[in-house]
Design a binder for this molecule. Structure first.
Ligand code: THU
Length: 137
């Protein structure tokens, strides 16, 4: 992506991260992705008093994309207030895998800006995906 596009992803993630519901961890996360039509969708983590029910920012961004009619992730950015770059958890790597290819960029950002850059293949090598399912007639 060009820098202005990455700036737009960063801004979208920053806006929703502030709205995160993270009273238990105190760790607010925002995720923003761009779909095949160039539209940006964002989501934040939504925690729950029943801890395992909480959802990650990436899951929210993907749900927003699907609800809006998007079907492919061209790039995704995750932003958190953390000294180390935050990458998607294992479950979210698989969630991204459903709608992305091996070369799809996954960007990690702090509040100050971009920190590190990966591809889906780097974060989830030799992965399982939709094409492995063989449907019978
Ligand atoms: N979290 C995300 O939303 N995305 C990530 O990539 C890492 C972790 C959330 C889940 C939980 O609400 C909080 O961060 C602490 O794990």
């Amino acid at each position: 992506m060009t820098e202005p596009d990455l700036d737009a992803l960063f801004e979208a993630a920053d806006v929703v991260r502030r709205r995160a519901h993270a009273p238990y961890s105190g760790f607010r996360v925002g995720a923003a992705l761009v779909d095949e039509a160039g539209h940006i969708h964002a989501g934040c983590n939504v925690e729950n008093a029943a801890y395992p029910v909480g959802t990650c920012a990436e899951a929210g961004a993907i749900a927003a994309m699907i609800a809006a009619g998007g079907r492919r992730i061209r790039a995704i950015l995750v932003q958190a207030d953390s000294p180390e770059p935050v990458t998607p958890c294992g479950a979210c790597r698989q969630r991204i895998r459903e709608f992305a290819g091996p070369g799809t960029p996954i960007h990690s950002a702090g509040l100050d800006g971009l920190r590190s850059h990966y591809t889906l293949e780097q974060l989830l090598p030799a992965s399982f995906g939709p094409e492995h399912l063989v449907h019978g007639a």
